[in-house]
Unconditional design. Structure first.
Lengths: 261, 226
C-alpha cells in the first residue's frame, strides 16, 4: 500500500474546485482548510492513507487509535457555481518520493471528478517579524496571475514552494489543470523542541483573499478571536528573537574575546 | 533475495478465530516481556517466523522504535549458543482459548508500515477478529489504561474491567502501527498500556511491575489463570 484512497460517499460534483492545504510552515495551509471545513460545514467523503506518512499513530482523547492520514471533504451550495473539494490532513509524507506519489495519486483520483481548478495554500517565509501578513501567489498561467493581482495578491516572482502543497500545484500544471498557489506571509516560528508555531494571522490573510476569489461567504469572526488569542504568544516570540539579535549584535569582537579568555 | 519481508511457516494448526496478542520491545520492554511471559506460561508453540530486510540488528535510533529516514541501522546476525539467528518476529499459538502471540520487532523507517501489514496478513490467514496490543506509556495516571479501535470496545473495557482512557498522544513503532492498521481492516482491537517511568539512559530497561499489572487484567479479559 503506497497510497490508499478510501471514498466513503459517492458524490456527484458540479464543476468542483479543489482547495489543498496540508500541515507545513506555520500550518498556514492546514489552518486555512480546517477553517473552511468548519465554517462551511463541509462533509468528509474520503481518506488517504500511505506508508509514506510518519510511522506512528495517535491515541485521541476518546482513546481511539488514529492512523496518520489525509482527508477529503466536499461542500455544495445551491447558490454557488462550483462545489468545493477540500484536501487536508494531520500529516504529509516525509520523503520527496512519498510527497510526489501522494500528490499524484490524489490529483489523479480527483481529476476523475471533473476538478476545474486547484487552489493550493502554503506559507511564504520572511526573515522579519510580520505585522500585517501579505499574500503572495503563483499560478499555472498568466491570466490567473492577473486575476490574483486583482485580489491584492503579490506575484511571487521567484522562490520555492516546498512539500506536497507545492508539488500538487506543480503537478496540476503537468495535467493541464489550472491552478493558483496562495502563500500567506509568516515568520515560520518553531518552538525550541522543533514544533511548528501555528500562524493564524497568516491563514486569516489567505482566507480573506481566497473567499473573495471563490466568491463565497464565510464568517470570519471565529478566526479574528483566534488571532487575538494567539497574538500575545507570537509577540513574545518576536520579542525573544529581537532580544537575541540585539545580544548577538552587541557581542563585539572585544567582548567576545573577553568572554572566552 | 527478491522479497523484503517473508514468513517461514513452521506449522499450520487449526485455530478457531484466535485472539491475537501483540507486543514488541520499546518503552521499558513492557510489550515484549508480557509476550515472553505468555509464551512460557501457556507453553505456546512456535508456528511461524517473519523476516525482513528492514530489520536492523543494531539500531541507530534511540530508542529503537523512533525510526528515522536517514538512520536505517545495521543489518547482521546474532549468535546465541553457537546458533545463528536473524532479527525476526515470532508467532506462537496456544489453545483454550485460541491465541496467536506475536513478539514484534521494530523495522527501520522504510519498512515499518509494510512489516505491520504483513503481520496483519498473517493474522487474517488465521481468521483473527480480535486483537490485544500490550504496551507501556510514560504519562500520568493509574497503573494501567486502555485505547481501542472503536468506542464500543472502550465502553466494554470501562464497564467490565474498570479500565479508563488516560493516555492520549503518539504511539510509535511496531505495536502502534499494527494497532492503527488493524482498525482499517476492521479487526476489533484494544491496547493495554501499563504505566511506567521512562528511563532516559536505557529506554528498554525492563519494568516487571508494569508487566504484572497488564497480566492481571489480561487474565480477567481472557478468562485464564496467568
Amino acid at each position: 500500500m503506497d497510497v490508499k484512497i478510501t471514498l466513503k460517499k459517492k458524490v456527484q460534483f458540479k464543476e468542483p474546485y479543489l482547495i489543498c492545504g496540508l500541515p507545513g510552515i506555520g500550518h498556514v495551509g492546514k489552518v486555512t482548510i480546517d477553517y473552511l471545513i468548519r465554517e462551511l460545514k463541509a462533509v468528509l467523503f474520503g481518506e488517504v492513507y500511505s506508508h509514506f506518512f510518519p510511522s506512528y499513530v495517535i491515541i485521541n482523547k476518546e482513546g481511539i487509535v488514529e492512523l496518520m492520514k489525509n482527508e477529503l471533504y466536499f461542500w455544495k451550495d445551491k447558490t454557488s457555481k462550483h462545489d468545493l473539494i477540500l484536501f487536508t490532513g494531520n500529516t504529509q509524507a516525509v520523503s520527496p518520493e512519498g510527497q510526489f506519489i501522494i500528490a499524484e495519486e490524489v490529483l489523479n483520483t480527483l481529476l476523475t471528478f471533473g476538478v476545474k481548478k486547484l487552489y493550493s495554500i502554503a506559507a511564504y517565509v520572511g526573515d522579519q517579524p510580520v505585522e500585517t501578513p501579505r499574500v503572495y501567489g503563483a499560478a499555472t498561467d498568466t491570466t490567473l496571475i492577473e486575476e490574483m493581482k486583482g485580489h491584492g495578491v503579490l506575484p511571487m516572482g521567484n522562490g520555492n514552494i516546498g512539500g506536497t502543497n507545492g508539488l500538487i500545484f506543480g503537478l496540476a500544471k503537468t495535467k493541464n489543470l489550472r491552478g493558483i498557489c496562495l502563500l500567506g506571509e509568516t515568520r515560520g516560528y518553531q518552538t525550541p523542541s522543533g514544533h511548528t508555531v501555528v500562524d493564524v494571522k497568516a491563514a486569516r490573510a489567505v482566507l480573506n483573499v481566497l473567499t473573495q476569489m471563490l466568491d463565497i461567504q464565510v464568517d470570519m469572526a471565529p478566526i479574528e478571536t483566534q488571532v487575538d488569542q494567539t497574538s500575545d504568544f507570537i509577540t513574545k516570540l518576536e520579542e525573544a528573537e529581537s532580544l537575541m539579535l540585539r545580544q548577538m549584535q552587541s557581542t563585539s569582537p572585544e567582548n567576545f574575546s573577553r568572554y572566552i579568555s | 533475495m527478491s522479497k523484503n519481508i517473508w514468513v517461514n511457516n513452521i506449522g499450520k494448526p487449526k485455530l478457531n478465530e484466535p485472539i491475537a496478542l501483540v507486543g514488541s520491545p520499546g518503552l521499558r520492554s513492557i510489550g515484549k516481556l508480557t509476550i515472553d511471559y505468555l509464551v512460557k506460561k501457556l507453553q505456546a508453540k512456535l508456528i511461524a517466523e517473519l523476516y525482513s530486510t528492514h530489520f536492523p540488528l543494531i539500531f541507530h535510533t534511540k530508542p529503537s522504535y523512533a525510526s528515522h529516514p536517514r538512520l536505517l541501522g545495521d543489518a547482521g546476525v546474532r549468535i546465541r549458543e553457537s546458533e545463528i539467528a536473524f532479527p525476526r518476529i515470532q508467532f506462537h499459538f496456544s489453545i483454550f482459548p485460541d491465541l496467536l502471540l506475536a513478539n514484534g520487532y521494530h523495522a527501520n523507517y522504510n519498512g515499518q508500515y509494510a512489516v505491520a501489514e504483513k503481520v496483519l496478513d498473517f493474522f487474517e490467514e488465521y481468521n483473527v477478529k480480535k486483537m490485544i496490543v500490550l504496551a507501556g506509556h510514560g504519562g500520568a495516571g493509574n497503573e494501567i489504561c486502555c485505547a481501542a479501535t472503536n468506542l464500543k470496545l472502550i465502553q466494554e473495557m470501562k464497564e467490565e474491567y474498570g479500565l479508563e482512557v488516560e493516555y492520549k498522544g503518539s504511539f510509535y513503532g511496531f505495536s502502534g502501527l499494527v494497532f492503527g492498521l488493524a482498525k482499517l481492516r476492521n479487526i476489533d482491537s484494544i491496547c493495554l498500556f501499563g504505566r511506567t517511568e521512562p528511563n532516559s539512559e536505557e529506554a528498554e530497561y525492563p519494568d516487571e511491575n508494569a508487566v504484572s499489572v497488564i497480566l492481571k487484567y489480561l487474565s480477567r479479559i481472557l478468562k485464564i489463570n496467568l
